[in-house]
Design a protein. Structure first.
Length: 332
């Protein structure tokens, strides 16, 4: 009996000892302090590409020279400047029927998918609070979040316009950011396809909004963190689609005609808006812009709060400093 009692006490002591070891975590892998988010895409911090705004007329990317407008120009070329000023001068407050009125409205409408919605909603709040904004200007988020590019340009925006006491005939300026999701082809094929699809969209927008005078266009920011959804270098290359549109419009492409003196009007005047692309963590020379991994959500595609703030700041800077935009956006 004495032996059994000693054996029982020994077993109890052993159990207690092992329990203490378990509580202290001895022999166990220590818990991670900051486990990585599930499904996070890390991607690449750089692709070694030069922003289009930093390329000169002599620089080449797969046969294409530099500058947003080509030829090393980041502003409309000199021969196009007069036409731009003429079209911008037509932007004045309009009444509900589209007639000039000092009590009318100038609608600035965003167009595109989820990305413009995220950016433009915050931009609208900031500009609406700016005392320098013209009281005639009404900023509207017309992008359809999560639905991608419109198939026919006929978005159900009338209800949003009516809530602002406005009509489609008062829409005179638009901001559009668009790109293909998961492009299948190499350059230039995927950019040519994007250009052709954008021509259809522009034609439909002009039909829907007959007084749409000017559309500022741009592409996405760096796409190196998001895998196959908006990958690099296709995101970078999408900028050439917009440049080709503008160059074709300057050359007189009938489908892109904005001037009634030259025939039937099918599109608004196309201009570059703010250029968001930078090569990941490589600082852009003009302003030091970089895109870090924490500027994006876990998917590496959609922007986080810090990334969205960068876009808002670029939008604000563009519309406050662009000579043409200031003529209609700010108080005179």
């Amino acid at each position: 009996m004495k032996y059994l009692r000693m054996l029982g006490m020994g077993l109890i002591a052993a159990v207690l000892f092992l329990s203490l070891l378990s509580l202290k975590g001895v022999g166990q892998e220590p818990p991670r302090k900051n486990p990585p988010p599930q499904g996070r895409s890390e991607g690449k911090t750089s692709f070694g590409l030069k922003p289009l705004t930093e390329m000169t007329a002599e620089d080449k990317y797969k046969g294409e020279d530099g500058g947003l407008y080509g030829g090393g120009y980041n502003e409309p070329p000199p021969e196009h400047q007069a036409a731009v000023r003429k079209e911008l001068a037509k932007i004045v407050p309009l009444d509900a029927e589209g007639n000039p009125s000092k009590d009318g409205k100038i609608i600035l409408l965003s167009l595109g998918g989820r990305h413009p919605t995220e950016d433009f909603s915050s931009f609208k709040k900031t500009v609406d609070a700016d005392p320098e904004k013209s009281p005639s200007v009404v900023i509207m988020d017309g992008a359809l979040g999560g639905q991608g590019p419109p198939k026919d340009g006929r978005n159900p925006l009338e209800q949003r316009l009516y809530k602002e006491g406005a009509t489609v005939k008062q829409v005179q300026v638009a901001m559009m950011k668009q790109s293909f999701m998961s492009p299948k082809n190499d350059f230039p094929a995927h950019a040519q396809k994007l250009r052709d699809d954008l021509i259809v969209d522009l034609n439909n927008y002009k039909e829907k909004y007959p007084n749409l005078r000017v559309i500022y266009m741009t592409t996405r920011y760096y796409g190196g963190y998001g895998g196959s959804v908006n990958p690099e270098p296709q995101t970078y290359e999408a900028a050439f689609a917009i440049r080709w549109l503008i160059q074709d419009q300057i050359k007189g492409e009938p489908k892109l005609n904005y001037d009634p003196a030259k025939g039937e009007v099918h599109a608004p005047l196309i201009l570059w808006g703010p250029y968001y692309w930078a090569d990941g963590t490589t600082p852009r020379k003009s302003d030091g812009l970089i895109w870090e991994r924490n500027d994006y959500e876990n998917d590496g595609t959609h922007l986080s709060g810090s990334g969205t703030q960068k876009v808002i700041e670029m939008l604000l800077k563009f519309f406050r400093t662009d000579a043409g935009a200031r003529t209609w956006l700010l108080k005179t």
